[in-house]
Ligand binder design. Structure first.
Ligand SMILES: [Zn+2]
Length: 166
């Protein structure tokens, strides 16, 4: 039974107003999403085929890496993104350089791909990762084939050094 009453009418109006507000809100969210860079949704730079937000981004934001390969991948992504602080804090203190000149490097070097060939766990706190990183130096393509050594300290994997293969 439909019983028109002023109260019902009032409630309908309120719904309309609320719905209107909701639309305005959604419109704003949509607009801000459009404005934001979409990099977090894009495939990760390390070519894991996962989105950056679910791959290297949390690591760059201080989450601990669970494997040496994960650390290696996140360090490659950090090179792509120019995250010097991350590269330095995931480098073993004994072999870590004082600084990296990434801003200057970015003028000539562009990282274009990563292929992890082998990840070998030697024991609970040491591992090696063999990879090929592709880059362009002044527009010319090069490959860096490296076997890197990693050590786990205080629950975090750290890069020690690498040997150039080939
Ligand atoms: Zn990644």
């Amino acid at each position: 039974m439909y019983k028109p009453s002023s109260q019902n009418h009032h409630r309908d109006l309120r719904h309309e107003v609320l719905a209107g507000k909701m639309i305005v809100k959604l419109h704003h969210i949509h607009k801000s999403m459009k404005k934001k860079p979409q990099s977090a949704q894009l495939p990760c730079y390390c070519e894991s085929s996962k989105p950056y937000a679910a791959c290297c981004k949390p690591l760059h934001e201080d989450e601990l890496t669970t494997t040496a390969e994960q650390l290696m991948r996140s360090r490659y992504s950090a090179y792509v993104l120019g995250l010097e602080a991350y590269l330095l804090r995931t480098w073993h203190a004994d072999t870590r350089p004082a600084s990296l000149d990434l801003t200057n490097d970015a003028k000539t070097t562009r990282w274009i791909g990563l292929k992890v060939k082998c990840h070998e766990v030697l024991d609970s706190s040491t591992a090696i990762v063999e990879f090929i990183a592709s880059y362009k130096l002044n527009g010319k393509a090069h490959k860096l084939h490296e076997i890197s050594r990693f050590i786990k300290q205080n629950e975090q994997w750290l890069y020690i050094d690498g040997e150039i293969a080939d």
